[in-house]
Design a protein around this ligand. Sequence first.
Ligand code: ADP
Ligand code: ADP
Length: 243
Amino acid sequence: DPIIQIKDLEVTYITDNGDFQAVKRVSFDIGKGEIFGLAGESGCGKSTIAFAINRLHKPPALITHGQILFQKNNLLALTEQQMGVVRWKDIAMVFQSAMNSLNPVLPVEEQFADVMRHHLGYTRQQAKERAEKLLDLVNIPRERLSEYPHQFSGGMRQRLVIAIALSLNPKLIIMDEPTTALDVVVQREILQQIFTLQKEFGFSVLFITHDLALMSQLCHRIAVMRHGNIVEVNTAHEIRNNP
Ligand code: ADP
Ligand code: ADP
């Protein structure tokens, strides 16, 4: 069974200069435990889809048609409050810049604790123990929990965001250009880590990037977008052999 089904999703930017359909009735499914890639040139609509899926899109973007079925529940029919729970516990997001998700003035330990206190009712001690285990998994020394985000390298910050997201055991993680700002060696490290973590936790991934070569190393299937449409869906194997 798919974890999520996107059906005829249409997203329109409503502006003074007229309406612009950035996503044109797009459909695709992501399987349980699948790493699904969304590729395509800058401006083709990838991020618009990423934000629309967990309803983080903001005006002038408007979902003008379609359904988003998460475990068969239509997310577009949920109240904002119900959606708030889905957003963190079921669908996590990792953005290009880790600083969009981290609080610059809070030690890392507090950021783990906030998430786990708020959503799981953990005590400070329980949160710390789980945070330490998660740091082990992303190869960051435990003693760095007391440090602030700016003390970490870019690659480490991205791994921190992934570790914080994993504290709630999400079923789907949307990664929008998660490694684009990093150098090639660090990119490869992080991809390897995502792969390993996926095996350990079993979550599904929607992996978005304009870098098809990078994507074909990580993903099971890849959808290619052009001007708001999905123009093909292929296995990574097929794309590697017929780029
Ligand atoms: P991608 O992630 O593939 O680079 P986006 O989803 O960011 O593409 O953008 C898709 C299209 O929507 C682009 O043509 C972009 O110009 C347009 N767009 C994005 N944000 C806005 C906005 N706030 N107002 C109007 N058009 C927008
Ligand atoms: P709050 O419960 O704090 O009101 P929101 O759902 O309004 O949370 O999200 C606030 C910000 O947190 C969003 O703009 C987004 O940048 C980030 N965010 C929300 N949900 C997630 C998530 N699942 N993963 C990562 N970042 C998220």
